[in-house]
Design a protein around this ligand. Structure first.
Ligand code: PLP
Length: 450
């Protein structure tokens, strides 16, 4: 059956995996990972030749789709020329990647520090903010995910932090807006903005503004619900930061590079943060890459004193070549415009139709190619289909829903009581409709628990 270079069947790959691969976030003995052999565009194939529509873009990173031939060629060309080079030297693709990224960032964010992924990007963002301000504390939201390194898991405001505590001191969490399950008992998005900003002001005052280096937030909260900020919220955070000399950090690891129909999601709200962390979509993860785009004033604090940090693979040539190629392809194929059109013509209307047909769909929300269906047992009480942080038998209804998707050839992205619709930014109208039709069928499983 196998067409794999190593000549292994899917079952052999799984057996080898079980014997030797230690996986993220999982109880190792109960794990049964799917064996995926290859991909193309919006699809992946297992070792038995079964095709699946990748509605999660793996971990919401394959924005350009799988195996884009021009992106693969760019990596091959760079590999033939120069695979690796130390971070302290100058190199053409590194400089060009930094130029292109800062060119699409808000004005005055003119420099880029490259990392290997999103967690490291956030680690460096807070180091830059603390170094610039000389202040010790960072404020981040509950319901956020900022990565799994020791510092980044401490910034994270959701249950994956628990098992890693105690984490590095100096992080304080606050509530961000979430109109569907408002912490502030708001009746409208406008009220949610007003109350969430008042709450943040209160937290800043009781923590002591002079102790706060940065407020970090995901522009659109990703894994924890695709929480699109209500009108005025991000501008309000900017104002609070300006008032107290606090650095505003936008974590755009998931929301950036096309996911929201913009280079940076925050462009949709016309707000300029001081630091933007990125990874994932910058080159769709073809080679690991992340980084921080830095405001010129923060970069200037290291003009005379040395920046205390570094990484052997900062600005890795293969990663940078793929970022340059990916951004070029996005322009040539007008992918940002495609995402915005898809949101308007397909994702929003068709997903709302699912809510009309399925009582278990309590809320539909999103932007660009970044959507969530929140599944409930009761629309009036909004009781989630599975409890918050459910595992094992408690999580069974969502596991059944995911299995029903997979049986029909769709890989969904599910988290607690939500399924996220986050296909590649290049997914076509027909592919998206195929996926939504599968969701339509699979949601019958969720409706049975209603
Ligand atoms: N920040 C956000 C918003 C993310 O969604 C993620 C990963 O999902 C990270 C940071 C961590 O990125 P990485 O897994 O590349 O370290």
């Amino acid at each position: 059956m196998s067409t794999h270079d190593l000549g292994l069947s899917g079952d052999e790959v799984k057996a080898l995996d079980r014997a030797h691969v230690f996986h993220s976030w999982s109880a190792q003995a109960t794990l049964d990972p799917m064996a995926i052999e290859r991909g193309e565009g919006s699809y992946v194939w297992d070792y038995d030749g079964n095709r699946y529509l990748d509605f999660g873009s793996q971990l919401v990173n394959v924005n350009i789709g799988h195996q884009h031939p021009k992106l693969v060629a760019a990596i091959q060309d760079q590999a033939a020329r120069m695979c690796t080079i130390a971070p302290a030297v100058a190199n053409d693709v590194r400089s060009e990647a930094a130029r292109r990224i800062s060119d699409v960032a808000p004005e005055k964010l003119t420099k880029v520090f490259f990392t290997n992924g999103g967690a490291e990007a956030n680690e460096y963002a807070i180091r830059l903010a603390k170094g610039h301000t000389g202040r010790p504390k960072i404020l981040t939201t509950y319901r956020s995910y900022h990565g799994a390194t020791t510092g980044a898991i401490g910034l994270t405001g959701e249950p994956r932090r628990w098992a890693n505590e105690p984490v590095t001191h100096g992080t304080v969490h606050f509530w961000g807006p979430y109109p569907y399950r408002s912490q502030f008992h708001s009746d409208s998005p406008e009220q949610e903005t007003e109350r969430a900003l008042q709450h943040l002001r209160d937290v800043v005052m009781v923590e002591g503004p002079q102790t706060i280096a940065a407020i970090m937030l995901e522009t659109v909260v990703g894994t924890n619900g695709v929480l699109v900020p209500p009108p005025g919220y991000l501008a309000g955070v900017r104002e609070i930061c300006d008032e107290h000399g606090i650095v505003m950090i936008a974590d755009e690891v998931m929301s950036g590079f096309g996911r929201c129909g913009q280079w940076f999601a925050i462009d949709a709200w016309d707000v300029a943060p001081d630091l933007i962390s990125f990874a994932k979509g910058v080159n769709s993860g073809y080679v690991p890459l992340g980084g921080v785009v830095i405001h010129e004033d923060i970069a200037a604090s290291y003009d005379e004193k040395p920046f205390p940090g570094g990484l052997t693979y900062s600005g890795h040539p293969l990663a940078c070549a793929s970022a340059v190629a990916s951004m070029r392809i996005f322009e040539e194929e007008e992918i940002l415009g495609h995402v915005r059109r898809m949101a308007q013509d397909v994702y929003e209307p068709r997903l709302r139709e699912l809510a009309d047909r399925h009582p278990s769909v309590g809320d539909v929300r999103g932007i660009g190619a970044f959507w969530a269906l929140e599944l409930v047992r009761d629309r009036d009480t909004r009781e989630p289909l599975v409890p918050f942080n459910a595992t094992g038998a408690d999580a069974a209804p969502m596991a059944q829903f995911a299995a029903a998707c997979k049986q029909r050839g769709l890989l969904p992205f599910t988290h607690f009581n939500r399924t996220h619709v986050v296909p590649p930014c290049t997914t076509t109208r027909d592919e998206a409709l195929e996926g939504i039709a599968i969701l339509d069928e699979a949601l019958k499983v969720a409706d049975e628990h209603y």
